[in-house]
Design a protein around this ligand. Structure first.
Ligand code: NAP
Ligand code: HSE
Length: 433
């Protein structure tokens, strides 16, 4: 049996999962890859931290040079996260002829080019299955198994933390902070959970997925983003009343030769398959012109699911006939130029919750402004008693309009004296267009 020595940069949630899988599935990995995989070094910041996995003390180091200078290490797994020093370390590893496996969507979506170019120029393999949707083989699915298709639309629940929070708020009535704490304890959340709850993590992942699905280069700034921090139990109650649920959806659609790219909370019909994706599960719903509708589903975060994607990438390198000593050039994908549409032109139905004075004429003022912006209402709901300030909550649901119409109209509406606050605006996706 041939032996290959690898190194890990990081031994947190994902690194732990990788070590556990390499231990527990050693035999299967040997049979499938033709190699015995040996972890030669693991880079961490703090050698004394408990790791939740058994690894020999002598392979754990805080000195990156021990990895770069060891020519017997052929593959490096980057699971430390962040931009620097992860970028610098991966570039240095490639300069030293080491193949790379990474789970770092933030870096790929913001400065992936430098890494891909380095891998190309050095003839090295650079794999990143774990960067999107944890254990779901979506990168390979799109980049290998769906390449015969023109992909027209893709909808994803691609952040486990926010899906976990929304599930717990909806089904168990948990508060936002409590649900986030649970997601952190389970190892789903990023080191800085703002990345999850404000939608940045899903924004990075959508940039990566859309680049592959549409054969182009999408950068993170091409993707419109909103997080879930404004979602309140009352929004969930209204969604339930409309036979809908609220999910943080990542959406890319090709419309009028332009790509619409966006991440935002969305009300979707309870009967749609994506509505039934709960907890830390992720799902990606793809429409291909040949394959039709397809849904990928599985655990989107956590040590073992993510470790599964990372170790499979290692095996894929070992099985790829890449000469581990003398690297062969990596074949480059052809890219198309695609136009990116403005978020202002994106059409949707909208749910709007506002706090207004409970007085005659208030709805009239609001509907007059909506009329001026050509916004047609489907329903207006006012429930419950006024508060001590004489205010009530109203909910409006529109017919299909552009984001520009809604945002311009509600900018004006928010200036009315009778309107205390526009509390939330959520898009409704009925998958009918
Ligand atoms: P984590 O638990 O915070 O672990 C990060 C590890 O990297 C720690 O072991 C840390 O060392 C080490 N590290 C960080 N900066 C370092 C530095 N400058 N020098 C040396 N070591 C350093 O993170 P994670 O959840 O495993 O995530 C790792 C990566 O996978 C991120 O890119 C993340 O976005 C991605 N990812 C995570 C998941 C998930 O479910 N968690 C899923 C998919 C992708 P110490 O332990 O000594 O501090
Ligand atoms: N923080 C990420 C999530 C990890 O919650 O989905 C998986 O990429």
């Amino acid at each position: 049996m041939k032996k290959v020595r690898i190194a890990l940069l990081g031994l947190g949630n994902v690194g732990r999962g990788v070590c556990m899988i390499l231990n527990s599935n050693k035999e299967e990995i040997m049979k499938r890859s033709g190699y015995e995989v040996e972890i030669a070094k693991i880079l961490v910041r703090d050698k004394n931290k408990p790791r939740g996995v058994k690894v020999p003390d002598e392979i754990v180091t805080t000195n990156f040079n021990e990895i770069i200078e060891d020519d017997s290490i052929k593959i490096v797994i980057e699971v430390m996260g962040g931009i620097d020093p992860a970028r610098e370390y991966m570039l240095k590893c490639m300069d030293a002829g080491k193949h790379i496996v990474t789970a770092n969507k933030m870096l790929l979506a913001t400065d992936g080019d430098a890494l891909f170019e380095k891998a190309d120029s050095k003839g090295l393999m650079f794999k990143y299955e774990a960067s999107v949707a944890g254990g779901i083989p979506i990168i390979n699915g799109i980049d290998e198994s769906l390449t015969a298709n023109k992909i027209k639309e893709l909808y994803g629940i691609i952040n486990g933390t926010t899906n976990y929070i929304l599930t717990k708020m909806e089904s168990e009535g948990l508060g936002f902070d409590e649900a986030l704490k649970e997601a952190q304890d389970m190892g789903y959340a990023e080191a800085d959970p703002t990345s999850d709850i404000e939608g940045y993590d899903a924004q990075y992942k959508l940039a990566i997925l859309s680049s592959l699905a549409f054969g182009t280069k999408i950068v993170v700034d091409n993707v419109y983003r909103e997080g879930i921090t404004k979602i309140k139990p009352i929004d969930m109650e209204y969604a339930k009343e409309f036979k809908m649920v609220i999910k943080l959806l990542a959406i890319v659609k090709e419309k009028d030769d332009k790509l619409e790219l966006r991440v935002h909370p969305t009300m979707i019909p309870k009967k749609h398959p994506l509505a039934n994706v709960y907890d830390s599960f992720n799902a990606v719903f793809v429409k291909g012109n040949a394959v039709g509708d397809l849904m990928f589903y599985g655990r989107g975060a956590g040590d073992l699911p993510t470790g599964s994607a990372v170790v499979s990438d290692v095996i894929s390198i070992l099985r790829s006939n890449v000469d581990l000593e003398n690297c062969n050039p990596v074949v480059k994908n052809n890219l198309w130029d695609r136009k990116i549409g403005s978020i202002r032109d994106v059409e949707s139905k909208f749910y709007i919750r506002a706090t207004v004075l409970d007085e005659p004429g208030v709805l009239g003022e609001i509907t007059a402004i909506l009329g001026k912006h050509n916004v047609s209402l489907r329903s207006v709901i006012q429930k419950g008693e006024e508060n001590e300030k004489g205010q009530v909550t109203i909910v409006l649901v529109t017919h299909t309009v552009t984001q520009a119409q809604i945002f311009d109209a509600f900018h004006k509406i928010s200036e009315l004296k009778s309107v205390n606050n526009i509390d939330n605006i959520i898009r409704i996706e009925d998958f009918k267009n």
